[in-house]
Design a binder for this molecule. Structure first.
Ligand code: PMP
Length: 421
């Protein structure tokens, strides 16, 4: 990681974070151009520290964890458990035993929807999501509702794309809501939702609150105690860690009361042919051989982010976002979505008028600029915004102001090309 010595006087779009050289993949070319990677919201690139930590686990420490009594196995177990402690501290979770490693956010939310849902939900109970949710924070609740007779409701968006908290209050007034499940940061709009306030409203109505932190963790400081929610889910691969690892943090008393989601080795206390008793959390929810190398890689990602400082990461993304929004607003054929001028993470959904977002993404790729196009696993959100699909640019610690400028030039070229076509 290096700090450039650029002056601080060039306005709010200036940012001094320059860690691009720590990410080997970013030195490759895309269609003959330097790669401008603007799809961090789909998955982040990995810094050398993460690649080395994962590699070193397999090269030097590899053994199955929580099983062997020999030294190597204990070493691997210690590294795995140390990764849990590192991630728990990163989230300001009071006790690492309440942090369950999962494959990612999707599995973490399914865990709650199925384990908590199956034992807690009754016919007529209500689960509240929002129109903006990623399918990962919607479909598991549909399945849980289908299995239990509970009913799913969704908080509307205001015309500007904010969550309508008045509507949330109305839904909570039914007195039947048991769970409010909401994204911390929208993967479509980048908007940061008032999750602490939403958790308070949920609790006042006797409901629990689950926060989908897939787009927040790694982009801003997350303090699960300050948020006051009951569950927090995240994905390692979106916060500079490996794929195949994520986490669910949950309140101790809730995790302890929940039955297992999946059965298998190491999640049990005793096993008879007819029945079993289960280990306490977190192992109750981690059946089978866990992705230990990936957990160790995720801990390296946490250390990488902490060395930069989460406030700096957030300020960096805010500066890039402002630069990009200002540039897009100056292009008459470009529409951007979501409320402006408020706390947003580095995610922008946009369209070039009259051009399908897939064509925009393909056009930009010719210039080495990679953006996502489509419905972003959020079809109800697309309907609520009144669009079929959008293009999406998203930033990370390695994104530079020059990347943003290359993106703006490519979008301008794209708009001009299709306008004259
Ligand atoms: N929620 C949100 C808001 C997301 O952006 C994503 C990933 N696009 C997910 C959940 C699912 O994450 P994963 O695929 O890593 O399980």
């Amino acid at each position: 990681m290096t700090l450039s010595s650029r002056p601080t006087s060039s306005g709010p779009s200036w940012t001094d974070l320059d860690v691009r050289a720590d990410f080997p993949l970013l030195s490759r070319l895309e269609n003959g151009h330097p790669l401008v990677y603007l799809d961090t919201a789909a998955t982040s690139q990995k810094p050398r520290a993460v690649l080395e930590a994962t590699d070193s686990f397999f090269t030097v420490h590899n053994a199955n964890v929580h099983r062997g009594v020999y030294g190597l196995a204990q070493e691997a177990t210690e590294l795995y458990e140390a990764a849990r402690t590192t991630l728990a501290a990163f989230l300001n979770a009071p006790d690492p035993r309440n942090l369950v490693f999962t494959r990612g956010t999707t599995e973490a939310i399914n865990l709650v929807a199925h384990a908590w849902g199956r034992y807690a939900l009754r016919p007529g109970d209500e689960i509240v999501v929002t129109e903006l949710e990623h399918h990962s924070n919607l479909v598991p609740w549909q399945l849980a509702a289908g299995a239990t007779g509970a009913r799913l409701r969704a908080v509307r968006l205001t015309p500007e794309g904010r969550l309508d908290l008045g509507h949330l209050r109305e839904l909570l007034a039914s007195g039947r809501v048991r769970m409010v499940a909401v994204a911390h940061v929208s993967n479509v709009l980048g908007t940061v939702h008032p999750v602490a306030q939403i958790a308070r409203l949920a609790h006042a109505a006797g409901a629990l609150c689950l926060v989908d932190g897939a787009q927040a963790a790694g982009h801003r400081a997350v303090d699960v105690q300050a948020l006051g929610a009951d569950f927090y889910a995240l994905s390692g691969h979106k916060m500079y860690g490996p794929t195949g690892i994520g986490a669910l943090w949950g309140r101790a008393e809730l995790l302890e009361a929940m039955p297992p989601f999946m059965g298998g080795g190491e999640m049990i206390e005793t096993v008879e042919i007819g029945e079993s008793t289960f280990a306490p959390p977190p192992l109750r929810f981690e059946p089978g051989t866990p992705p230990a190398a990936q957990a160790v890689g995720l801990a390296a990602a946490v250390r990488f982010l902490e060395a930069i400082g989460l406030d700096r990461v957030r300020a960096h993304e805010a500066a890039l976002l402002e630069r990009a929004l200002r540039g897009l607003d100056a292009l008459p054929d470009v529409v951007t979505y979501g409320p402006q001028g408020e706390d947003r993470a580095g995610v922008i959904s946009f369209n070039v008028r009259g051009v399908h977002p897939h064509d925009v993404a393909t056009f930009l790729d010719e210039d080495g600029v990679t953006v996502r196009a489509g419905q972003h696993c959020a079809q109800p959100a697309m309907r609520a915004l009144g669009v079929d699909a959008t293009a999406r640019a998203s930033f990370g610690v390695y994104t530079t102001p020059e990347d943003v400028d290359a993106f703006l030039r490519a979008v301008e070229r794209c708009a001009a090309f299709f306008a004259s076509a």
